[in-house]
Write a protein that binds this ligand. Sequence first.
Ligand SMILES: NC(=O)c1ccc[n+]([C@@H]2O[C@H](COP(=O)([O-])OP(=O)(O)OC[C@H]3O[C@@H](n4cnc5c(N)ncnc54)[C@H](O)[C@@H]3O)[C@@H](O)[C@H]2O)c1
Length: 441
Amino acid sequence: MEPVLAGPNVSGRGIDPECDGVGPIRLALVGAGQRGIHAYGSFALRHPGLARFVAVAEPDAARLGLFATAHGISKECAFADWRTLITRSDGIDAVVIASPDREHYEPAVAALEHGYPILVEKPISNQLSEVLDLFHRVRDPADVTVAHSQRYTPFFATIKTLIDEGRIGELVTIDHHENVAYFHFAHSYVRGNWRRTDQSSPFILAKASHDLDLIRWLADAPCTSVASVGRLSHFRPSNAPTGAPLRCLDGCPARDTCPFFAPDYYLNEPPGWTLRSAVTEDPAPNAIVDALRTGPYGRCVYHCDNDVTDHQSTALGFANGVSATFTVAGLSADGTRTIKLLGGRGDIRGHMAKGEIEVRTFNANGRPSTELIRVFADGDHGGGDDRMMGSFLSRLVERRGGLPFRESETSLDVSIDSHTMAFAAEESRINGATFDPRRYL
Ligand SMILES: NC(=O)c1ccc[n+]([C@@H]2O[C@H](COP(=O)([O-])OP(=O)(O)OC[C@H]3O[C@@H](n4cnc5c(N)ncnc54)[C@H](O)[C@@H]3O)[C@@H](O)[C@H]2O)c1
């Protein structure tokens, strides 16, 4: 019997889908890329009694075939186009949308119109108008779960509990950092799919809607003002090593010293990385070299067509008086989130990769009491992915069992705030003004 994984704030009412006589929750997937395979598909394969992908839509024939084979999906249920999936599939409990940012809205609307609840990747859309349209269109907030997986991590759930318990008194201010590792930034935001705002999303929406969601959650009040600065500073032609060609494999003179030399990333991928599969599905060295000679991931990071910022700092004010500062940047040696929260009776410092949360409470003698809490979480994204899926599936099991369909803690009604905050930050960054994100609603 597969356990129902309960997220930190999930009641997990313990209904076993194998006992309801119908079998695992039946899911359809839109977009069998990195997230579709490694977050959602992987969960179903590890928990076959709880969830099963029974249909998939993916325009890339190789990925479609790989996903269908791995999940035992017949040819009749493996589609190149999500429209066919939505209209032809029967007996689906929910649709998981893990296509690129700009390809979320239309399948989301179609799935909802067919009566399927959805788990949609963040950002909900790269267009504010589409986010708002979906927000106003949805009648039952339980129908849309946004994949703000960070909320489900034991690390941030612990911090939230500490604040709610009053361990540092009244929360006054938050200083949060999303430190994106330099190699991850180069892969995704300079060479890869999220390098251009017009093709994907502004950096703060693509990478940091999670963080804005966390800050909003921890502040526990609507955001009332956003001011932001940032630009693309480093990954520009003016910073290219002397004589660097357009592609790393075209005889770059800096090949031994440049930390962004592409072949080192993809031919000698360290354990745990999954970047190479974005370059080519074929792990053979010749195939990787071919892909680097012709594809986007072999380009010099200083000679790409990227335009998203590589650093952005945002100041936020909340209706209850809490303030926050937030920096997202792509030039960190390691990728992790770090946070500091200051309250009337103490402070909290957290380092996610180390799994460390330090709580210090003020004493009259000037020597604060310190407690170090270690948070261990297995699984990707700080353990958030699996717990998010566990929460989503638990709710679907309840629904199937005739119980009310509970709203997710990362429903669209909740996640609208992180998105309007991100759009407001981008507007502020470009236009140099302070915005109240509530004016979009
Ligand atoms: N929640 C998180 O922590 C998290 C982390 C990374 C990425 N994401 C988001 O997840 C989404 C997917 O990211 P990814 O890294 O898997 O990207 P990816 O490029 O690896 O995968 C996207 C897949 O969708 C397919 N696709 C393109 N157009 C499609 C369409 N019209 N219908 C169906 N499939 C289509 C592509 O061929 C590709 O296989 C993005 O929106 C991204 O921002 C979320």
